[in-house]
Design a protein around this ligand. Structure first.
Ligand SMILES: [Fe+2]
Ligand SMILES: [Fe+2]
Length: 471
């Protein structure tokens, strides 16, 4: 059992008090972090008391506390899941060996890179979402936004802890750079492309938390398999918090669908834009956009880096240990998509080479579940259409489909045909302007903006009209 020191300046269960050097270093990073939060964290309502969940423990019963907190006073802590006794490496060249409690010299650079890339996404999303509190469709939603934001901040702490604790001077420099790169900054942007786009409205926020946070889930889940045990335990705990972020996305999109259906019925029309709703075909275009940019985050179909990380034991597959194979993947084969001038085909490669594609497919299966739920609402309302995830080749910028045009149903088409039809497939300027026109902050407890239905229940057994943010 690890002991939780909840009253320390930096709450933690990693024995910070016993390592004065590390403690001093992290306490030195804390004011830089707070300055970053002040400058690039939530732009409005930043000091109001918010009904937030704070991680306080990692045990099975009750790991979080709920109360009104002003965000600058949020207790960002460092928590690793309980160690698994006698844990062994589950895959790759070191399979069967004891997991590592320290970083092997030969993998230092690779591990640092993996941690930095993951860590960089956490503050990036806070920056992307910083203006959304001004237009929150309800106090319930504003609270959820802030919950996601403070937890992404805590995820940054999780990665910064690893950098400081295990990577010496280089790690400390990397931790500082996490606060120097900024989303969308022309000179010093965030590492991954998708994290440099502003989240411009609440529909995009719901889509982002559904599709892009879910990429995070899959990355964290494969890092949880890591032979580097502290990384594994960190990610394990982060996944607990991540689940709520995806809940915000899944229910958020679901509530928009529900509201659209209500307006369609009420006004007996498919076009609910005049009545302040968002049409189903526009929602489909947002799904197309966010799903496709999130697919890019998994990288090219085949990857030497991913193969090396796997062979070294640094990053596994989703639920590695539940898989029934040799966990080496050097002599097992699979097909990956391949786009050529002839069309979309496939080529056979080792499973080791195709790990990105395997993770991307696992991710897409997970994405489909929410789509199925939204479709049930359409079916129940007697609406004769369904949402669908677009083909893996649609609107892709990474890998074999880069520079090709593929329709949502998977047909490779010419440049001319693409441009003639793209307004049916991706949000147009007019679609975005309409969504934007609906963004007005609603701050009366229990009231909702007109384009989104209320949630079916509140947070932590509180009613929907609870004062989630005190104004
Ligand atoms: Fe996160
Ligand atoms: Fe998240």
């Amino acid at each position: 059992m690890t002991t939780v020191d909840i009253d320390a300046k930096i709450p933690n269960n990693v024995g910070l008090a016993d390592d004065r050097r590390l403690q001093r270093a992290l306490e030195g990073w804390l004011p830089k972090y707070l300055r970053w939060w002040e400058e690039l964290g939530p732009a409005a309502f930043k000091d109001n008391p918010v009904y937030l969940r704070t991680a306080i423990d990692v045990g099975r019963e009750g790991w979080a506390n709920f109360d009104h907190v002003s965000m600058p006073d949020y207790r960002w802590g460092i928590f690793l899941a309980e160690p698994e006794p006698d844990r062994k490496i589950a895959f790759g060249d070191h399979k069967g060996d004891d997991v590592w409690q320290d970083v092997p010299g030969e993998y230092r650079a690779d591990l640092r890179r993996l941690i930095v890339v993951q860590g960089d996404t956490e503050p990036a999303s806070v920056e992307q979402q910083r203006h959304l509190s001004k237009t929150a469709p309800s106090l319930y939603d504003m609270r959820n936004l802030f919950q996601v934001n403070v937890e992404e901040g805590r995820h940054l702490w999780a990665m910064v802890y690893l950098l400081h604790r295990y990577f010496g001077r280089d790690g400390r420099d990397e931790a500082d750079e996490m606060l120097e790169r900024h989303s969308g900054d022309a000179d010093n942007p965030r590492i991954l492309g998708a994290f440099n786009e502003e989240t411009p409205d609440w529909l995009s926020f719901y889509m982002f938390t559904y599709f892009t946070d879910r990429d995070g889930k899959y990355q964290l889940a494969s890092l949880r398999e890591s032979a580097f045990d502290p990384l594994s335990r960190t990610c394990d705990f982060m996944l607990k918090e991540e689940a709520h972020h995806m809940f915000v996305g899944a229910t958020g999109v679901g509530r928009v669908v529900q509201r659209t259906l209500e307006l369609m019925r009420e006004h007996d029309t498919d076009d609910v834009h005049p009545y302040g709703g968002i049409n189903l075909d526009v929602l489909q275009k947002y799904i197309n956009f966010h799903f496709s940019v999130s697919l890019d985050l998994f990288g090219a179909e085949t990857s030497t880096n991913a193969a090396n990380y796997f062979a070294a034991g640094l990053k596994g597959r989703f639920q590695e240990e539940k898989r029934d194979d040799d966990h080496l993947l050097k002599t097992a084969y699979r097909h990956v998509p391949e786009a050529t001038d002839e069309g979309i085909g496939a080529r056979e490669v080792t499973q080791l080479a195709a790990l990105n594609e395997t993770l991307r497919e696992d991710y897409a299966v997970d994405c489909q579940k929410g789509v199925d739920r939204w479709n049930r609402a359409l079916a129940e309302a007697g609406v004769d259409r369904q949402f669908a995830l677009p083909h893996v080749g649609f609107h892709r910028n990474v890998g074999t489909f880069r520079g090709r045009h593929v329709t949502p149903d998977g047909r490779m088409i010419s440049d001319v045909e693409w441009h003639a039809n793209v307004s049916d497939w991706l949000p147009t300027d007019a679609d975005k302007a309409h969504v934007k026109s609906l963004q007005h902050g609603v701050t009366e407890p229990g009231k909702m903006a007109g384009w989104v239905a209320p949630p079916s229940t509140g947070i932590h057994q509180k009613p929907v009209d609870f004062e989630y943010v005190k104004l």
